[in-house]
Write a protein that binds this ligand. Structure first.
Ligand code: G3I
Length: 344
């Protein structure tokens, strides 16, 4: 009987094997096994013009972030005149593909409309302008955003508050106000503080820790900390797990929100190997932390990366090269997700 069963099972395996072999699981399917979402920033021009890009965004990722089109300068280029069109296209795409959306970004010092930065508003006026921006934007997408980056990059490297238009005119209380307004506008969105160079335990992440701890103690609805994770091949964060876990102990979610790992051009085998190690290490830290709920890369192909435009002579920061060919970093991410990881 056993022998008969083995033959039947063997025959069935032969019948189904070709189909199974033809479709290896996508990154998003592998990530789902760990109960996290894997995401990418989306360049809306590429999404419209490049069918390969479009197909891969749709198939490989379970969460998307607008690289630029939910920023204030894009949403309200003239005061009072909103342009939701590009952001709405991303929302529609995400819906079609069963993807959760990270909203990026409500309060930041960069990519603000000229009417705002050039206008000489009083503190009261500016406070009303910020309040309206948050209510209008969060309200527009109400019920459809998974995580909002409410406040982005508010700290300097030494842990002092960054000198921005918001700090200067509104004082440090703008941070708590922004979270309260965002929560009022959409109680269902998870509200994040987001920053770079806070992957490790350091002066800047200590300041973020103190901020969110204080806010939570005051009942301010901050629910997560986003670690951008713009890295270089020369350095792997060493205390990221420990750092994520201290935020977890405060009752907060964490997320890797903008991962990329740049190198001095041109790439070679050693640099690509080092790059794979950095991605692998950060993803493993996230997987090892129960409340790390998503791992988002800031673009997945070198074809559309912000890096060369900002860091002269550097690039190749993404998982796929400019022809969409997987690099060792892609294989590392896939293997890390495919391995049985333990969370906790
Ligand atoms: O919108 C104009 C367009 O009209 C013009 O034709 C074009 C010509 O260069 O420029 C366009 O604006 C550019 C914009 O991206 C949209 O493509 C800006 O010059 C360019 O500076 C801007 O760069 C973005 C950058 O944020 C601005 O700070 C990058 O694409 C985007 O990847 C980057 O993302 C940030 C996150 O939001 C926050 N964390 C850091 C991360 C990397 O800097």
């Amino acid at each position: 009987m056993r022998r008969f069963l083995a033959i039947v099972v063997g025959a069935l395996v032969l019948l189904v094997a070709p189909t199974a072999a033809a479709a290896p699981p996508t990154l998003r399917a592998l990530a789902a096994r760990h109960d996290i979402r894997i995401g990418t920033a989306v360049d809306m021009s590429a999404l419209a013009a490049d069918p390969v890009y479009r197909r891969q965004v749709g198939s490989e990722f379970s969460t998307v972030t607008a690289e630029n089109v939910m920023k204030w300068e894009v949403l309200e280029p003239q005061r009072g005149q909103y342009d939701w069109s590009a952001a709405d296209r991303l929302m529609a795409f995400a819906r079609q593909h069963g993807q959760a959306v990270r909203g990026h970004v409500l309060v930041w010092h960069s990519q603000l409309p000229a009417w705002l930065t050039a206008g000489s508003f009083s503190s009261d006026q500016l406070r009303q302008i910020l309040r309206k921006h948050i209510f209008d934007t969060v309200g527009h997408f109400k019920g459809r955003i998974w995580q909002w980056d409410v406040v982005n990059e508010a700290f300097n490297e030494d842990g002092t508050l960054r000198d921005t238009i918001w700090l200067e005119k509104l004082g440090p209380g703008y941070i708590a106000d922004a979270f309260r307004w965002a929560h009022e506008a959409d109680p269902s969105a998870k509200l994040f503080y987001n920053d770079y160079n806070i992957e490790d335990v350091n002066a800047k992440s200590d300041a973020v820790y103190q901020l969110v701890k204080t806010l939570r103690a005051q009942g301010v609805p901050v629910e997560g900390v986003g670690m951008q994770a713009h890295e270089t091949v020369d350095y792997t964060p060493t205390t990221m797990r420990q750092n994520m876990q201290r935020f977890q102990r405060l009752g907060l979610d964490t997320a890797v929100t903008e991962a990329d790992v740049r190198m001095v051009m041109p790439p070679d085998a050693a640099k690509l190997g080092a790059q794979a190690d950095v991605y692998r290490s950060m993803l493993s830290d996230c997987l090892a932390t129960d409340r790390c709920i998503s791992f988002t890369v800031w673009g997945f192909t070198d074809k559309y990366s912000w890096v060369p435009g900002t860091f002269e002579g550097q690039g190749a920061a993404n998982l796929l090269d400019e022809t969409f060919t997987p690099k060792p970093a892609y294989d590392a991410v896939r293997a890390t997700l495919a391995a049985k990881e333990h969370r906790g």
